[in-house]
Design a protein around this ligand. Structure first.
Ligand code: NAD
Length: 480
């Protein structure tokens, strides 16, 4: 049995949404009805914000950093005990192969451990100042933090944003995505059972334009963390600006992996392909552009083709390389991009949708597209599906220009054995994270993450998130 509910979690209780309405969740592997969820709206967000405010004014507000850390650590332990259940929930809800869903559940536990351990290790400073003064800084919570998360990696995104917010003593209102929100609700159940006081974490499922918009515009919210599309991120920032509230935006990407002639191709190959097809390419940091230097272009492309031809696509429970896309809508968007392959650009390899894959599922066979010019729409726009474009380059300068030639700047990978080039490239690439001779570094919770340009602003993960989820106060004492 796995956890499901058609209620909201507000003030430590499971409650019906004020309007009594429900939404239907779909299983993307076969298109069947998964279960119903609450259709939370502005009234529910309002109750959730009030519950969070009360928590801050009550027991939670007086918790020491040590006590906050302990409860987060306990949540992490309970997540570990329920990893299999959470993996099944996510596989059913998002459609991701079980091993990928299991990795997400383990990452959620790891975030709780990391932020549980970090809660009492964030310190202020003393500042040398004029004679007669003692000056120091304090890190204090914003208050009520709003968290709007997408459907592609719910557990990881909840871990990194809610985990850091609670470690710093904020109280959270979480609006998960309407396409996949069961792991967020299961997380509330776990937090509750781990002893998180009532009102510290509130979860209101619902539509983006209803519950999400109400959350980002609510005057009682003191900080908004948004992960999702550029278009909605802009709306959220606008709404928060009306209340002069800080916003972290974790948006899309068109991240490159750049492979030079002197790279170790055998080492690079699995990173190049996996980073494009993981979670069916529905990953903000997907390596959707592979830039290959001309001396190895044909050889490396042939190796990638071979790998693509071995990729198997099927239902989440079959645990193959790739699962379905989240929805018919997403499948249509990806198919629309594939229809634009023309001229020099050609699909050079595709994976296989296994015959047993249920007919109602939203499957797209992974597509590798060669001969793409840097200015092509396929090389500029985020596709958010299992599609990678391969672009040829000649020189280091050209590679930098192509890599930096989109509106995004989230992540980049550089493959070269030339140490000086590694350093030059790492400085010149416009991205929040640069990986040298790897891609993703295992996704470590310790590593600050975020974008530049249309990939957003602000940082989550690592200690950096704890600074973002707190306010710095300077205290200057004049004592003569
Ligand atoms: P989306 O922007 O449509 O939805 C994201 C969340 O915003 C959902 O919870 C949704 O309900 C909510 N929302 C929708 N309309 C809203 C509104 N008017 N006001 C407030 N909230 C609203 O994004 P999506 O299509 O579900 O997710 C895919 C996008 O997310 C991709 O662009 C991807 O790159 C990005 N993403 C980024 C990261 C990152 O860390 N940078 C991680 C995952 C996904």
């Amino acid at each position: 049995m796995w956890f499901k509910t058609d209620k909201c979690f507000i003030n430590g209780e499971w409650v019906r949404p004020v309007g009594g309405e429900k939404l239907q969740l779909e299983n993307p592997s076969d298109g069947s009805n998964l279960c119903q969820i609450a259709r939370g709206k502005a009234g529910d967000i309002d109750l959730a914000v009030k519950a969070a405010q009360n928590a801050l004014n009550g027991e939670w507000g007086s918790f020491s950093a040590l006590e906050r850390g302990r409860v987060l650590t306990r949540i992490g332990q309970l997540v570990l005990e329920r990893v299999e259940e959470l993996a099944i929930i996510e596989a059913n809800d998002v459609g991701k192969p079980l091993k990928q869903a299991r990795a997400d559940a383990l990452a959620l536990a790891r975030y709780m451990e990391f932020y549980g351990g970090a809660a009492d290790k964030i310190m202020g400073e003393t500042i040398p100042y004029m004679d007669g003064y003692t000056v120091y800084t304090l890190r204090e919570p914003h208050g009520v933090t709003g968290h709007i998360v997408p459907w592609n990696y719910p557990m990881q995104i909840i871990g990194r944003s809610v985990g850091a917010a609670l470690a710093m003593g904020n109280a959270a209102v979480l609006k998960p995505a309407e396409e996949a929100c069961l792991s967020a609700l299961a997380f509330a159940d776990i937090a509750n059972k781990a002893g998180l006081p009532a009102g510290v974490l509130n979860v209101v499922p619902g539509l983006g334009e209803e519950a999400g918009a109400a959350l980002s515009a609510h005057p009682g919210i003191n900080h908004v963390s948004f992960t999702g599309s550029v278009a909605v991120g802009s709306l959220v920032q606008e709404a928060a600006a009306k209340n002069i509230v800080p916003v972290v935006l974790e948006l899309g990407g068109k991240s490159p992996q750049i492979v030079f002639d002197d790279a170790n191709l055998e080492e690079a190959l699995p990173f190049l392909v996996n980073a494009g097809i993981q979670n069916a390419g529905q990953t903000c940091s997907a390596a959707s552009r592979i830039l290959i230097q001309s001396g190895i272009y044909d050889r490396l492309l042939a190796k990638m083709v071979e790998r693509y031809q071995g990729l198997k696509v099927g239902e989440a429970s079959a645990d193959l390389d790739v699962g379905p896309l989240i929805s018919k809508r997403q499948k249509d968007i990806v198919s629309g991009f594939l229809d634009q392959v023309e001229g020099e650009a050609k699909i050079v390899a595709r994976g296989e949708i296994v015959p047993e894959a249920p007919k109602g599922g939203h499957y797209v066979a992974p597509a590798l597209i060669g001969g793409v010019s840097a200015g092509h729409v396929l090389a500029r726009e985020e596709i958010f599906g299992p599609v990678q474009v391969v672009i040829r380059f000649e020189t280091e300068e050209e590679a930098i220009a192509i890599a930096n030639g989109t509106e995004f700047g989230l992540v980049a990978g550089i493959w070269t054995s030339d140490g000086a080039r590694q350093m030059r490239m790492a400085k010149k690439i416009r991205a929040g994270q640069v990986f040298i001779n790897n891609y993703g570094a295992g996704g470590g919770v310790e590593l600050p993450f975020g974008g530049t340009g249309k990939s957003g602003h602000g940082r989550e993960k690592g200690f950096e998130a704890l600074y973002g989820f707190s306010i710095l106060k300077t205290v200057a004492a004049r004592h003569g």
